[in-house]
Design a protein around this ligand. Structure first.
Ligand code: COA
Length: 151
């Protein structure tokens, strides 16, 4: 298994869109591509990262949106259904965090589905505030700070 950046516009990027669509949107009766909820127009400036099998198949992906020079919002973490609960998500997430830290980001924010927030607790994230609704599902805002902020 290889954990590496996905370049925008490549076949791997298209595979990640399809995985996000199938895993996160189809079960909710939504369509990632129809523009009704997801805005894909800014994705060239996002960080895309994936887990690949030895023969190059995309098995999991995640993206990050820089919101300042220090903060990044992590979104749409997905592992292919047949590979969930086998440690792929954890290894991908750790590799992505290391990649983002290397770029200078120190504060990581995400909106976790209630059903998945235990995964992020496991990864050292803390819940911020009360649960809220997004895409019709309960979510928690969560954060992980790697170094104390001096400001
Ligand atoms: C949530 C998801 C990304 C986790 O990836 P994964 O590969 O299945 O998780 P891992 O096997 O790497 O699990 C790592 C650890 O987190 C825990 N964990 C995984 N999913 C969990 C969940 N939904 N709730 C609580 N804990 C969870 C595991 O038990 C494991 O704990 P351990 O290290 O003590 O053994 C994946 O299951 C997934 O794609 N789910 C569907 C899409 C989704 O909900 N994405 C998140 C949107 S916010």
């Amino acid at each position: 298994m290889q954990y590496q950046i996905i370049k925008y516009g490549t076949d791997a990027y298209t595979a990640s869109l399809n995985l996000r669509h199938e895993t996160l949107r189809v079960p909710l009766g939504m369509d990632l591509f129809d523009g009704s909820y997801d805005d894909l127009s800014n994705e060239a400036r996002y960080f895309h990262f994936g887990a690949f099998s030895d023969d190059g198949e995309l098995l999991a992906s995640v993206l990050g949106i820089p919101t300042s020079t220090k903060e990044v919002r992590i979104k749409q973490m997905v592992v292919s259904k047949t590979l969930q609960n086998q440690g792929v998500g954890k290894r991908l997430f750790m590799a992505f965090e290391a990649f983002l830290l290397n770029l200078g980001f120190k504060e990581f924010i995400l909106h976790a589905r209630m059903t998945a927030h235990g995964f992020y607790l496991n990864m050292g994230y803390q819940i911020l505030g009360d649960k809220f609704q997004e895409v019709g599902l309960d979510h928690y805002k969560m954060r992980k700070t790697f170094f104390p902020s001096s400001d």
